[in-house]
Write a protein that binds this ligand. Structure first.
Ligand code: IMP
Length: 423
């Protein structure tokens, strides 16, 4: 029996979708536990590309129940579009479940996120999907949950109450039109009918499944360095991508977790603002960005690119308690004569191996690099460690020794087959 968690070990976009898809082969439940439609997971199977923002990618497996757990926030406009595209691609969504406690990202959340981001000062570079304002309302205890949606009177009461708070802000602070409660109630009552059959008590569903020994896979979104508490605050998301967040978001107790997978790219990327010590703003960075097609699945933004930061990866391994690593996009590094990995930071005249999560302090850190020779061979066809050039193997060994977590999967291309290692 396993309850596995897949966690992003960097700033998101680590190709978790592919790793989740591989691990889902053995799972009965695949569960999204945090974040919302700010996430973007891509899975390629037999030449077809499937894109997920909210729906767990495990839904592609006929034996899997795909669950959106209570820690997630759901934008029902985005959900409806995503579900329609997947249905058109022939995906069966009847095995989808959505928690009663899931908070709704409402049109005013999206609007507030956009309006806030339009102000230059204090800009975070969010995905403008309304994620921060939704979690803020949850903490303010004025959020609207799936359970509210299912009863029209309850929904009307909640929405009227929250618009009394939000409309004056929209009007007086941002000078935009207030939202009409009746229109919102009508629109969201329709969504209620579209999702009613999927809704259930997710903590009980998952607690029972765990007790019965069913294999469960908890699918993280974003990454450790974007965690609200353990990331580079304030340049973070507003939920908890870390492994502990999987327990908070699902109701599964910490002592039930058996495998904690960290997914890391063979280099580093970041989208949005915030410090990034190993960032490359030169030709090498451009080359990695183009080879790795480093443009956002959700926003299309060009991702910032840099060398692998082992100080950050070791921190992620400790915060999450990784039991295994999956290293992705190793093929992207082929052809670079020399590779650098960051093994320490120089901060205020001292060297440290401890990650500094405080954003202004991290911005002052200079990376201390270890250099390794690169390899020129294309490795996209490699299927075992023996197929890899010796310099690629040495690169993997160096990472394992530094982070002290075994690399159990290596991805050398987007398709399922382009994988080294067993799940
Ligand atoms: P938010 O989650 O939209 O509030 O954005 C907060 C920060 O997290 C911004 O820097 C985003 O670019 C980043 N972010 C959010 N979701 C993802 C993701 O799935 N991949 C990478 N970065 C993300």
């Amino acid at each position: 029996m396993t309850v596995s968690v897949v966690v992003g070990a960097q700033w998101g976009d680590e190709a978790k979708g592919k790793i989740v898809d591989l691990l889902a082969q053995r799972a009965r439940y695949v569960v999204r536990y945090a974040g919302g439609s700010n996430a973007g997971h891509t899975v390629c199977i037999n030449g077809t590309t499937y894109k997920f923002h909210l729906i767990p990618s495990g839904v592609l497996h006929p034996h899997v129940t795909a669950v959106i757990a209570d820690g997630v926030v759901i934008d029902l406009r985005a959900f409806t579009t995503e579900a329609a595209v997947l249905r058109e691609q022939g995906v069966d969504l009847s095995r989808l479940r959505i928690g009663l406690g899931v908070h709704l990202t409402m049109p005013y959340h999206r609007l507030l996120d956009e309006l806030e981001e339009a102000q230059l000062e204090g800009r975070l570079g969010t995905t403008k999907r309304g994620i921060g304002p939704t979690y803020a309302d949850k903490a303010w205890r004025i959020g609207v949950r799936v359970a509210d949606l299912l009863e029209r009177d309850r929904l009307a009461q909640r929405l009227q109450r929250v618009l009394q708070r939000r409309n004056p802000t929209l009007q007086r602070v941002y000078g935009v039109k207030p939202l009409n409660a009746d229109e919102l109630i009508a629109e969201f009552s329709q969504y209620a009918e579209q999702i009613r059959d999927y809704v259930c008590d997710v903590p009980h569903l998952l607690m029972n499944a765990a007790e019965q020994g069913e294999p469960i896979l908890l699918e993280g979104a974003q990454g450790t360095l974007l965690d609200l508490d353990y990331g580079t605050y304030p340049y973070v998301t507003s939920s908890h991508p870390v492994a502990a967040g999987a327990c908070l978001g699902t109701g599964i107790a910490p002592n039930r977790l058996t495998d904690i997978w960290g997914v890391a790219k063979a280099y580093t990327t970041r989208v949005g603002e915030g410090p990034f010590p190993t960032e490359l703003e030169d030709e090498t960075g451009e080359r990695i960005r183009n080879r790795g097609r480093e443009y956002g699945t959700t926003t299309g933004r060009a991702r910032r690119v840099g060398w692998l930061d082992l100080v950050a990866l070791r921190y992620a391994a400790r915060v999450n308690g990784f039991t295994a690593l999956a290293l992705t996009l190793l093929d992207v590094l082929s052809g670079l004569p020399q590779l650098k990995v960051c093994v320490a930071y120089r901060y205020r005249g001292r060297e440290t191996r401890e990650f500094i999560a405080d954003a202004p302090a991290l911005a002052q850190c200079e990376p201390v690099y270890h250099e390794l020779p690169g390899w020129h061979e294309d490795i996209a066809h490699c299927r075992t460690l023996d197929d890899l050039p010796s310099n690629a193997l040495a690169y993997l060994n160096f990472i394992e020794e530094y982070v002290r977590v075994p690399i159990r999967l290596v991805s050398v291309g987007p398709s399922r087959e382009q994988t080294i290692g067993e799940v």
